[in-house]
Design a binder for this molecule. Sequence first.
Ligand code: G6P
Length: 369
Amino acid sequence: EAIEKGGYDHFMLKEIYEQPHAIKDTYRGRLRVEQGIVKMAGVDQNLERFLNANRIIIVACGTSWHAGLVAEYIFEDLARIPVEVEYASEFRYRNPVITDKDVVIAISQSGETADTLAAIKLAKEKGAFVFGICNVVGSSIARETHAGAYTHAGPEIGVASTKAFTTQITLLTLLALKLARESGTLSKTKFHEILTEMEGIPAKVERVLESNPLIEIIADVYKDAENCLYLGRGYNFPVALEGALKLKEISYIHAEGYPAAEMKHGPIALIDEQMPVIVIATKKGHYEKVVSNIQEIKSRKGKIIAVVTEGDSQVRDLADHVVEVPESSEALSPLLTTIPLQLLSYHIAVMRGCNVDQPRNLAKSVTVE
Ligand code: G6P
């Protein structure tokens, strides 16, 4: 096992560090900047189904559901296709309205999650075209769907999902870009710009990973917290949800993710000097709005840990701690802002003596209801 961990203390840490490589493996062969295209066989063969879709319904569970939420922003923003994101477990039992004009995208790392599998079967019965995004090759979901694409993240052993999440987002972004270009909702120039930016993401993730020692110091300050709040807006709202889930899963600290502006409708009542609030406050995407949310937290004495864009000074002046990420478009920012949150959860869990790779009561793959 020590060999499998490749010198890391835990699989989770190894998998966090594998992300630059894993993201590259996801877009390799698909992202073709020189040709100005995105190649995805499963999409090319079914292009009409996608282009004629009334809407896309994404079904998934857990972290994969969070990737679906990020995709909702990307698809609507770039490809202008209406998207709904559903927990597979709810979707399967609520007699959903689905027609043969709908495209259902099922996202699953393992490809074996029972609820997601059942949602796929239901969608197929109702005539929808079902596209799978899985990591495990030949898995049940990969076999059950009409077409699909693999994330190629490599085996993920840690129960808390890390590289599966970022590679799912990478793949969903490629899909959105492809559809946006094919349908003409995205200009050639903008398309090219995002493709080029995507190629630079692995190097930027490497840079975020360099903040690991700083994040370890922050983790030491907050390791005894009983509650934690995660806030983000736009594309980074689902990242806040995922950050909170990571902390809950492996450190057993109660954590909630919220859209930053919703804070005033409830969670703000919880903020006092004991409450660490992790805020994603990158430059592109509602920056000024997030800054005013940070001011609201500060005036209630909450402790602020902010994920900011390199060189930021405004939030730095307000926050107790900042972790910088390289500049990026809002659309690709989740691939960067997620990383510090993974590392923060990891270090807190280790410091609390938790079993990081196999947290209590959780399974890597939930194959029963
Ligand atoms: C379990 C795992 C999570 C995962 C979820 C969905 O709860 O612990 O990490 O996100 O299942 O799994 P899937 O394999 O369908 O992505």
